[in-house]
Design a protein around this ligand. Structure first.
Ligand SMILES: Nc1nc2c(c(=O)[nH]1)N[C@H]1C(S)=C(S)[C@@H](COP(=O)(O)OP(=O)(O)OC[C@H]3O[C@@H](n4cnc5c(=O)[nH]c(N)nc54)[C@H](O)[C@@H]3O)O[C@H]1N2
Ligand SMILES: Nc1nc2c(c(=O)[nH]1)N[C@H]1C(S)=C(S)[C@@H](COP(=O)(O)OP(=O)(O)OC[C@H]3O[C@@H](n4cnc5c(=O)[nH]c(N)nc54)[C@H](O)[C@@H]3O)O[C@H]1N2
Ligand code: SF4
Ligand SMILES: [Mo]
Length: 695
């Protein structure tokens, strides 16, 4: 691991805030580089604990640096690259011949650079010829994306630069805990807090909810899964009290009448009965947002990861449209994209229904354009595949996927109902996992391919505000590890695939830019060279433009230029009966996702080495559970044991688990694989469990 001599200006390997950092060679230290925060509009030099400790992973002894192949006795043996690549090509060819091209699947990730995500999507379609590609963004962004596409005709997480929030009078945060999940984000809430206008909706008094203390705003604590009813109640007040922006609704939207009718039964007292939120607060939220000079509505996974998540995000959008917030400078609606490249990852072809540039795979013109860039016949590009949960469930099933290539996800920890996922992966003829550590999913693989970490590669990421930024190489990778661009090229060659398979991320970016030209997420005016000048590159960035920091200022992306109100109605969530509790899952500051990375950083792992459940003291007393003792959470899908931390911060009918632990401590043993009908997002935030003390 040789430090390259100069410093590298890059961004954090983890979340979508993509905090700017500088890596400086530090020979002799534990890590090969040291990390310092760098001035950038999103983080303003700040980093969270995960960013500060990110370089620790570059020097870990358990890094994989040689391909590994499963032996008959179940152990792994090291193997040569040429040998494993030959074998993968041989096996996928055999499986494709026997069971059809769709018997080979690809599972991608929102942590991959744009270049890798693009190349992976192309590889699936024209090297494997399979429609079976999807990615972990389906677990993350899909409901908010579906809602934004439906309402605006375009999905860019924040359609405005994050720094616009600074001057807000009121910000409604629905189910995001950015105080833990994006700590430097909190500085953008100071304006709203100073004016008492931060409204946080969360069944837990989370780190973010606590920011409303001392007159800074309001914490609203509805029953889990009742956010849509709450939003309908707020919309009801906005209309009944004539707080909505008539001129905006007339000039810029369609569908108002249907929405007016659909919210009319949701008077605040009825909303209170369903959500537990006092009617007075429902009215206050409406008046506070309507009275603000500058207001924003933001959603996070707390309201999106439900089987009605698309409709709940839609209800939030309806509220923002009623108030005339969207497509104006100084106000707006946005969703907080989660993964480092959660935004770019959903634009360049990893999604089962998409081609690069956020194009629809069913659109003949889109297929023709992309086929030209790829140098193939449009007919040869497969049609739409199936989304992540269904893709995993099809593994080893009749007519399903027989070989799966995983790039950038640890599904046996992070997918819903993981015991089923584990069983499905076990039925495959071939599981190939590319990772830099032996994740729990890699541990089940037939072949593990060692790839590069963030500080070892060049590329681009697209942050939560749709801004394309450069990831830069600071150190040489360990000998033996290979870039995914190289792996895909080697496999494409062995599969006699058409198309260009460059190893140079700048060249791949140029091809991606051409493929995206004319699409919704148009990158055609960008290149690595241009990005290196440090310009603020918010897409759409067509050739000859200077990008789009704020979308929708003139028009929405539907043909008629208008935003669409879509009326939605709550369906009853799986609700607890008798002594059952609602299980809510999520994150804490030191964790990143399924933990492959952050469980390996001592400073992040030591404070929380084991799974801890958060529970209300009254709920615990009824079950003779003491603070710090062991509990068991059970439902028909599985059981999990955890230490318990008693806290009045959570509703008495709710218990919280982080999902970052593996094996028998995995919260996803309890979650349901039920998915949203519009987005195919699984229901991570809504399970029913019984809880008992462990003797
Ligand atoms: N520390 C850390 N930061 C991360 C990540 C990480 O793993 N760890 N991952 C990144 C990624 S990929 C993502 S997607 C984001 C996620 O970022 P967030 O959306 O902020 O994170 P979560 O903890 O999943 O959920 C947020 C909150 O939703 C609440 N919630 C649960 N159910 C409901 C409900 O029914 N209604 C409402 N209103 N709230 C509910 C939870 O109590 C929780 O506090 O974080 C990113 N940043
Ligand atoms: N119960 C519950 N479950 C959840 C959630 C929840 O709130 N509750 N949240 C969901 C959400 S929002 C998300 S985003 C998912 C995330 O969960 P996962 O999809 O499992 O994401 P990560 O844990 O980030 O896993 C990424 C893996 O890829 C590796 N990796 C990182 N970068 C690269 C790369 O460039 N190339 C390759 N090949 N590998 C790489 C990492 O080492 C790691 O093993 O979890 C979902 N699961
Ligand atoms: S907030 Fe996100 S991007 Fe910023 S340092 Fe923390 S993990 Fe990294
Ligand atoms: Mo996510």
């Amino acid at each position: 691991m040789m430090p390259v001599s100069a410093t590298a200006d890059t961004h954090c390997p983890y979340c979508a805030l993509q905090c700017a950092m500088t890596l400086t060679p530090s020979p002799g230290d534990d890590a090969p580089v040291s990390v310092s925060g760098r001035e950038f509009p999103t983080n303003r030099g700040g980093l969270c604990k995960k960013g500060w400790t990110s370089a620790d992973l570059l020097a870990r002894g358990d890094r994989i640096t040689t391909p590994l192949v499963r032996q008959p006795d179940g152990s792994f043996a090291e193997a040569a690259w040429s040998e494993v690549l030959d074998r993968i090509a041989r096996e996928v060819t055999r499986i494709g011949r026997k069971s059809g091209a769709d018997a080979v699947g690809v599972f991608g990730g929102g942590g991959l650079t744009n270049e890798k995500a693009y190349q992976l999507g192309k590889f699936a379609r024209i090297a494997l010829g399979t429609s079976r590609i999807d990615y972990n963004g389906r677990f993350c962004m899909s409901s908010a994306a579906a809602a934004a596409n439906r309402a605006f005709g375009l999905d860019r997480g924040l359609p405005f630069p994050l720094a616009d929030l600074d001057t807000a009078d009121a910000v409604l945060v629905m189910g995001s805990n950015m105080g833990d999940t994006m700590p430097p984000f909190v500085q953008h809430l100071q304006g709203a807090r100073a004016r008492g206008g931060l409204i946080v909706v969360d069944p837990r008094r989370s780190t973010t909810a606590r920011l409303t203390a001392d007159g800074a705003g309001t914490h609203v604590q509805p029953a889990p899964g009742t956010d849509m009813a709450l939003l309908l109640g707020v919309c009801h007040v906005v209309i009944a009290d004539e707080l909505y922006d008539r001129d905006y609704v007339d000039a810029r939207t369609t569908g108002f009448d249907a929405v007016r009718r659909s919210v009319s039964p949701w008077w605040p007292e009825r909303t209170e009965q369903v959500t537990g939120v006092p009617a007075r607060i429902v009215r206050d939220i409406a008046h506070r947002l309507a009275g603000a000079r500058s207001a924003y509505v933001l959603t996070g996974r707390g309201v999106e990861q439900h089987s009605d998540g698309t409709d709940t995000a839609t209800a939030a959008i309806n509220l923002a449209l009623l108030l005339g917030l969207v497509g104006r400078e100084g106000s707006g609606y946005g969703t907080l994209t989660g993964q480092g490249n959660g935004q770019g990852g959903r634009e360049h072809g990893q999604k089962s229904d998409q081609l690069p540039g956020y194009r629809k795979i069913t659109d003949p013109a889109a297929r023709a354009h992309v086929a030209r860039v790829w140098g193939v016949d449009p007919e040869s590009i497969p049609g739409p595949g199936i989304p992540a949960v269904q893709l995993l469930a099809s593994c080893g099933a009749e007519g399903g996927v027989r070989a799966l290539l995983v790039h950038g996800s640890n599904v046996v920890v992070s997918a819903p109902d993981v015991s089923q996922v584990r069983a499905a992966l076990g039925r495959l003829d071939l599981l190939v996992v590319s990772d830099f550590f032996l994740s729990e999913t890699a541990q089940l693989a037939d072949i593990v391919l060692p790839v590069l970490q963030w500080a070892e590669e060049e590329g681009t990421m697209t942050n939560l505000e749709g801004r394309v930024i450069r990831r830069r190489k600071a150190i040489d990778p360990p000998p033996g590890a290979r870039s995914e661009l190289w792996i895909l090229r080697e496999l494409a060659a062995r599969l006699d695939a058409p198309g260009a398979w460059s190893l140079d991320p700048a060249e791949v970016f140029d091809e991606l830019a051409r493929a995206s030209a004319g699409g919704l997420s148009d990158y055609s005016g960008l290149s690595h060279e241009l990005l290196d000048t440090g310009l603020a590159a918010h897409w759409p960035y067509p050739q000859g433009s200077s990008g789009t920091p704020r979308v929708f200022l003139d028009r929405f992306a539907h043909d008629d230029g208008r935003a669409r109100f879509v009326s939605v109605r709550p369906r009853r969530p799986e609700t607890p009966h008798g002594s059952e509790l609602s299980l809510v899952t999520g994150r804490i500051l030191e964790h990143y996702q399924s933990g492959t990375q952050t469980r390996r950083v001592a400073e992040l792992n030591e404070p929380n080495p084991r799974l801890v459940a958060q529970m209300h003291p009254v709920t615990a007393r009824d079950r003779a559970i003491d603070d710090g003792s062991r509990i068991r959470l059970t439902n028909h899908r599985g059981a999990v044991e955890a230490d318990v931390q008693l806290s009045p911060d959570i509703r008495p009918d709710t218990v919280f688990l982080p999902f970052h632990y593996a094996g028998s401590e995995s919260a996803n043993l309890l979650t349901s694989a039920a998915t949203d009908p519009h987005s195919a997002m699984p229901e991570f935030k809504n399970a029913v469990v019984t809880v008992e003390a462990v003797a």
